[in-house]
Design a protein around this ligand. Structure first.
Ligand SMILES: [Fe+2]
Length: 299
């Protein structure tokens, strides 16, 4: 696995590398720092007078889940969050007229067993392509507060080209949106929602734990196997992630290889153009829709 830190490579070359399994780490930029600051403001306001990183020592898990159920959508739909992503993409050398992004998510990883399902889901090893993401999807991930190696995220490079028996054949993105997404905050202790997961033992090592500065970001292919590191640090981790696709790759069906994903449906309807937040053109996304969306679309 190649890890490019502070690379000046242009975006076209960079995507080729990402589709080969490379990682990119970007130094903090102004847009990225503003996005992190917005997340901190929202989180700190919601948890005041407590330090959001020590909330597990001050609030019952149920109360914390209730607050997060308000905080997370507030960040996702905040008008400034899209603006800062657009700025961040320009700063990273992306062509905004052809780069489409989805709204940013705010994630949490709490120490121990405090809260790790539903609204604060601790992600088991997975590929986003098991969740109906296209193979040209690129993930961007950034810490909101100072990160350490015990509360970050891990990538499991052994599985870049090695298949795992998994439950993705049961997953349909449109079905998930209709039935499960709204219920996240109800799953405080146990998450009963069906998610694609490995169905055989996974060798988590070797693993790459990228620890970067606040405002720094890393990019990896949606086909990388990745997971939430069990948080043994006693500090809650808050992170932001979002995804992009490039119109040329959508059209040409260029992307990472499909090793073991068998889900149906597609997230292609979610991405917004960098310039004006318009959706991908229908002619470009039509080949990705397999007909399953129809039965799960509310009339
Ligand atoms: Fe993921």
């Amino acid at each position: 696995m190649n890890i490019f830190a502070g690379s000046k490579m242009n975006d076209d070359q960079r995507r080729v590398e990402l589709y080969r399994g490379s990682l990119f780490v970007h130094a903090p930029t102004s847009g990225a720092l503003k996005l992190c600051e917005l997340a901190r403001e929202i989180v700190e306001e919601a948890f005041r007078p407590f330090d959001p990183r020590a909330i597990h020592e001050n609030l019952a898990a149920e109360k914390c889940a209730e607050i997060l159920a308000v905080v997370k959508p507030k960040f996702i739909h905040h008008p400034e969050s899209k603006k800062y992503i657009q700025q961040m993409l320009v700063e990273a050398g992306c062509d905004l007229s052809k780069t489409y992004f989805d709204v940013p998510r705010l994630r949490t990883a709490f120490p121990g067993d405090y809260l790790k399902s539903g609204i604060a889901y601790a992600f088991h090893p997975h590929r986003d392509t098991w969740y109906s993401a296209p193979f040209c999807q690129i993930n961007w991930w950034m810490p909101v507060y100072e990160l350490n190696s015990e509360n970050c995220m891990a990538i499991h490079p052994r599985y870049w080209d090695r298949a795992i028996k998994n439950g993705s054949h049961q997953y349909n993105y449109h079905k998930w949106n209709l039935e499960s997404r709204q219920n996240a905050a109800q799953h405080v202790k146990v998450d009963t929602r069906v998610q694609p997961r490995p169905e055989e033992p996974v060798e988590l090592d070797p693993q790459v734990r990228l620890v970067c500065d606040v405002g720094a970001a890393y990019q990896f292919s949606a086909a990388q196997l990745h997971s939430t590191v069990p948080n043994t640090s006693n500090v809650t981790r808050y992170s932001i992630d979002f995804r992009t696709v490039h119109l040329d790759d959508v059209r040409e069906r260029i992307g990472a290889p499909n090793i073991d994903s068998a889900c149906t449906g597609t997230t292609m309807g979610d991405y917004l153009r960098g310039t004006d937040c318009s959706k991908l053109p229908d002619e470009a996304t039509a080949p990705y829709f397999d007909g399953t969306e129809i039965q799960y679309t509310r009339s």
